[in-house]
Each structure stands twice: as structure tokens, then as C-alpha cells.
Design a protein around this ligand. Sequence first.
Ligand code: FDA
Length: 303
Amino acid sequence: MMNKLIARTLPYFPKKFVWIFSKKYIAGETIDEAVLASKQLNEKNMMITVDLLGEFITNMDQARANKDEYLQIIERFEKEKIDGNYSLKPTSFGLLLDKELSCQYIREIVEKAASYGNFVRVDMEDSKCVDLELELFRKLKAEFPKHVGLVFQAYLRRTLTDLEDLMDIHTEETPINYRLCKGIYVEPKEIAFKDYHEVNEHYLKDLEYLLKNKVYVGIATHDRKLVEGAIKIIEENNIPQEQFEFQMLYGVTPELRSEILKKGFKMRVYVPYGKDWFGYSTRRLKENPKMANHIIKSLFIKG
Ligand code: FDA
């Protein structure tokens, strides 16, 4: 009840107030701030993936501006020798407004990253984007086999079938590279598992399928149970370190992050930044009022 109330009213709170909780989870508004946060994580032995905030735009001028900023990010991050890669959300480039042009913009970004031997991960958005994003990934993977990856959401009922369908583009020389997460959007029960245990069960099923099939996986979760389940699968199947990494969001569960690092596993932190942090934070809350728990905690726990 309280969560829902906060989620509904937060967009009307003063921006400064919203920043109090958001700043823990967002690297800042500028490339300089994103570079700084990334360097600090690199110094602590963590890789990063940087993301420019600005999804679900309303016109193609914004799409072009986002594309131009990504090209700048790549130039800057490569120049600064940051140990990291790039994540993007296709709706930031107008996927739902002008499919052809948005795919052209994303292709340009992947081409730029590939020219440095680097990698772009296409984030997975809500269910109306899934088919479009699978199609986009297939195209990009055909042109840039080593430089592009995708995200899968374990809460979607269709996910294991999608993973199986895409195995035709997985080869030993150019293995597929996915991030596996639970999924953040609120979806109807007909298409997504709702129960915590059911989502976790499917997460581990998908993960085991991918690892046994030699797919590279970014194991993206802050859920201790899933981390333990993943390590069990890795150990029981002798999965080599070269085939996976753990991933977490900036500012979330740093203790669990340190424990994973101490065990000698690779860790990548997702670093979101940009002027659209207000929209991002309040949109996330409206989508998923459970996030209000984290906000309430971060308002009272300093750090
Ligand atoms: P769960 O939700 O059970 O959280 C476990 C614990 O982690 C919580 O109890 C809490 O303590 C903490 N926690 C989790 N999220 C938190 C937060 N935001 N703030 C503070 N504490 C938090 N989703 C998607 O649909 N498409 C995508 O492309 C991505 N990309 C992505 C990248 C990376 C690197 C990560 C880690 C996550 C995503 N996600 C995502 C989000 C993902 O789908 C999921 O919503 C969140 O990771 C929360 O799920 P957990 O597995 O952490 O478990």
C-alpha cells in the first residue's frame, strides 16, 4: 500500500528530493561522472558496462541525439582505457517509433564498438519489444558475430523456447553472449511467471541450459539464492571461468558483490548515467512499486 503510494506520488516530489535516493544507483548526469564511477569500479577489480539513460523516447530527434552520445561515450571510454563494454536499450533509439532508423542507429553504435574490438549488449525491454529485439539481435550478430550480445528475462514463459530457437547462430568460434536476469517490467501472468520461487526455478533452468551448451553468460542478479544456485551449477558441471561472469547494478548489494569477488569470480557492474535519471527513477517506480522498498531503505541508510 505504502509502496504504491510512494510510486504514484514520487514523480511530483521535488527533483532534489528524488535525487537523494537516486544518486546511490546512478553514476551522474555527465560522461565525466560515468568515467569516474567506472574507473573507481575498475580499481576495485570490477569490469563495467555503461548505459545512457533515456528509454521510451517520443521523437526521432531524441533517438539521433542518444546515438550521437553513445558514439561519444565509446570514443571517451576507449581513450580512458576503461575495462568495460556498452549496454543500450533499443527504445532509446526509437524502436517503437521507427524500426528501420532505430536499427540503423544501433548498428552504427555496434560498428563503432567493434572497431575497437569491444562489445555492445542489447538490453531486453518490456514484452512488446521482445520479438523486435530478438530480430535486431539476429541481424547484428550475423554482421558482428563477436561484438554484440542480448539479455534474456527468466520471468517470461517463452524464454527457454527463445533460447533454444537461437542456438542455430551459436558456434564454437563465435559463441553467443547473453545476460540472464529475472526481468524488471510488470507483465501479465499469461506471459510471465509471477511467483518468486517459480521465477528463480526458471532462472536456474535457463542458466543450466546455457552453460551446458557453452553459451557465455552474464549472471545478473542480486539474489543470494540465485548466486548460490548458479555457483552450484558451475561447480557441478565444471564450467570454466571463461564462460561466465556475475553482473550487478551500480550501488546495489555491494556486500554480496564483494563476496563473489573474494571467491575469485569475475564481476561486471552496470553503470547508468544521464540527464534522464529523474524519468528513469520515477518510471521504474511506476512500473514496479516494489522498488519503493529499496528507496525507503536508501532514504534511511546512509552510505
Ligand atoms: P530480487 O529482485 O529478488 O532482488 C534480490 C535483492 O537484491 C533484493 O532483496 C534487494 O536487496 C536487492 N535489489 C535488487 N534490485 C535492487 C535495486 N534496484 N535497488 C536496490 N536493491 C535491489 N531487467 C530487464 O528486464 N532487462 C534488462 O536488460 C536488465 N538488465 C539488467 C542488468 C543487470 C546487470 C542487472 C543486475 C539487472 C538487470 N535487469 C534487467 C533487472 C533484473 O531483471 C531484475 O529486475 C533486478 O536485477 C532484480 O532482480 P534480482 O535478481 O536482483 O532479484
